[in-house]
Design a protein around this ligand. Structure first.
Ligand SMILES: [Zn+2]
Length: 301
């Protein structure tokens, strides 16, 4: 991408601060990489620790991941205790010049417990629900946190980075309006989900999550809990079972078969399924599949 002349001159003027190399950004999840790439364009490279259809809560601490971060300029973590493994990778990288960004910093947090969290609550996060990237409107606060780090490293590019973020958010906002109108006929629809990944999404798109397959966050479904959910689904109140694609679908598929409530299995990360290459494709897929199920059609697999 060609840069405006003024920006080039500013960047040249700051040549002592800038190496001329792209800023290397490593992120916990690809969704943050997509936002960083939108802000930085050709001036950043991005790489994600979590790749593919994986559970973000658990990552194996391979030495190769620490080597990746050793060469990085910026690390962007999810925070809110979701990716506690990221701190071990950051510490293990022994990279003293690494700028660490907590992308949750500027997020308006949901489900912040008003009681003391202990092991009896499962994997419940003490500082609020960490699945905030599933609201496309949170690309703004996530992007602002990333922008601040990139502009610290390349101050001469700050204006360009800001314009890139504004453009990206404007395109995402326009798409969000379309996704919202797709789900608007189903406002208030009651849905159960596998994991508690959805409060930010549910608020943005007007659905109501009434139960989870996990009896507590991170605890697999138990027979007692499944029996209670079967009762709930048989009332006809609940219109869909929404599940994150990285889980085993045997229990939700069985629940769907026995109760007739449609199962909607969707990716929750950029890059976790073929064609889900950016945030636009991710939300297109989630809102499209959910809207089809709520309308009584079969969700796309
Ligand atoms: Zn979680």
């Amino acid at each position: 991408m060609k840069k405006p002349l003024l920006t080039v001159l500013l960047a040249v003027g700051l040549a002592s601060a800038a190496s001329g190399e792209p800023i290397r950004v490593v992120t916990s999840i690809p969704d943050f990489g997509a936002i960083a790439a939108a802000i930085g364009g050709a001036d950043v490279t991005t790489e994600s620790i979590v790749k593919g259809n994986r559970d973000v809560h658990a990552v194996e601490l391979l030495p190769s991941l620490m080597m990746k971060v050793r060469k990085a300029d910026v690390y962007v973590k999810v925070g809110l205790d979701l990716d506690l493994w990221a701190q071990q990778i950051i510490d293990g990288s022994r990279n003293p010049r690494l700028l660490v960004v907590d992308a949750s910093e500027r997020i308006v947090k949901l489900e912040v417990p008003d009681f003391k969290v202990d092991a009896s609550h499962g994997d419940l996060h003490a500082h609020g629900n960490p699945h905030y990237w599933l609201d496309p409107a949170n690309a703004r606060p996530i992007g602002e946190a990333i922008l601040a780090a990139l502009a610290t490293i390349e101050p001469g590019m700050a204006t360009t980075f800001r314009a890139n973020l504004d453009g990206y958010v404007a395109r995402l906002d326009a798409a969000t309006a379309v996704w919202q109108s797709r789900l608007a006929p189903h406002a208030g629809a009651e849905v159960i989900s596998f994991h508690s990944s959805w409060p930010y999404f549910a608020r943005r798109f007007g659905i109501t999550i009434v139960e989870h397959l996990e009896p507590k966050p991170g605890v697999p479904p138990t027979p007692t809990h499944v029996a209670a959910l079967t009762e709930l689904l048989r009332t006809g109140r609940v219109k869909a079972i929404l599940m994150e694609s990285y889980f085993d679908d045997r229990v939700p598929a069985m629940l769907s078969r026995t109760t007739g409530v449609p199962l909607v299995k969707v990716p929750v990360l950029v890059g976790s399924a073929p064609g889900i290459d950016d945030q636009f494709a991710l939300f297109e897929e989630i809102t499209g599949s959910l809207a089809r199920a709520l309308a009584g059609g079969r969700p796309a697999d």
